[in-house]
Design a protein around this ligand. Sequence first.
Ligand SMILES: Cc1cc2nc3c(=O)[nH]c(=O)nc-3n(C[C@H](O)[C@H](O)[C@H](O)COP(=O)(O)OP(=O)(O)OC[C@H]3O[C@@H](n4cnc5c(N)ncnc54)[C@H](O)[C@@H]3O)c2cc1C
Length: 271
Amino acid sequence: MVDNLILAQSAKEAARLKGSNNKSAYLAGGTEINRLGSTINARTLISIGRVKELDGIREEDDAILIGSMCTFQDIIESPLTPAYLKEACLFMGSRTKRNMATIGGNIALRRTDSYLYATLLACAAKLTLMGKSGKTETRCVCCYLHKYEELKDLLITEIRVPKDAKVQTKRYSNTVQSHAVLTVAVGETPWCEKSSLRIAVAAKNTALTRLDDISEAMEQKELTDEEIIKNLKANKELKFKSDIYGSPEYKRYLLAVTINDLYRKVRGGQG
Ligand SMILES: Cc1cc2nc3c(=O)[nH]c(=O)nc-3n(C[C@H](O)[C@H](O)[C@H](O)COP(=O)(O)OP(=O)(O)OC[C@H]3O[C@@H](n4cnc5c(N)ncnc54)[C@H](O)[C@@H]3O)c2cc1C
């Protein structure tokens, strides 16, 4: 139960308070925290809604920098946002929710039916994180996922996405308001060290992950659906289960044909 609300006046204050209270959470748009049956269990909420430095979208060299308090609707409406990120923000069907939900909150939640993760992983987005001393560090979004236990108290202050990435994303759900069983993204990004091609998936109740074996193989040559399925079967993170969305075989098939379809669009220059 929440019994304390603090209105932070600066990013430094918010990060310091969070770092010194392990029963606290940042209150951004509140769409998850204030939801009935929320997964977040905090006694103290540190509201970051008044922190001006977390707002705004700007351009710097080859990047677009998005303040973590930007809502999905802010991102859609900005002329600076790359089209691939606007498309992902539009996966959130409710305009009311888009006006409240922030990109920082979405990243921190790491939901396996995330609207944004597949796209952010495919473009190799980077996060600026602030610790309790006020010092900032930059981590790629993939690193944030893998090292979450170490990084979870840090305040996400800014998200950097490449201007010139080509990313195609596909989301599968019964209706726009339903949870997505799969959200798949294929991207060609200038920010990769190993290969320019990045493939990522948000698979409900299964994993949020990059598919590096497949992207490295597809960097050399196009794979058949069967070859991708074989690779997916061997993937230790993607342990699909049977549920209302289908069998593991069906999900692997859907993922494989979608990867090939998006790959052709990206390589065909329609990204
Ligand atoms: C009915 C319903 C359906 C939903 N369906 C989906 C869905 O299908 N896919 C999906 O991705 N999301 C879904 N959501 C979750 C949510 O709306 C979004 O993920 C939203 O982007 C969360 O942002 P927020 O600003 O509202 O976060 P809040 O609720 O304010 O905070 C959520 C968490 O993020 C942390 N946090 C917030 N900002 C920061 C920051 N700057 N730095 C570090 N940590 C931070 C908080 O500590 C808290 O733990 C749904 C929510 C509802 C109510």
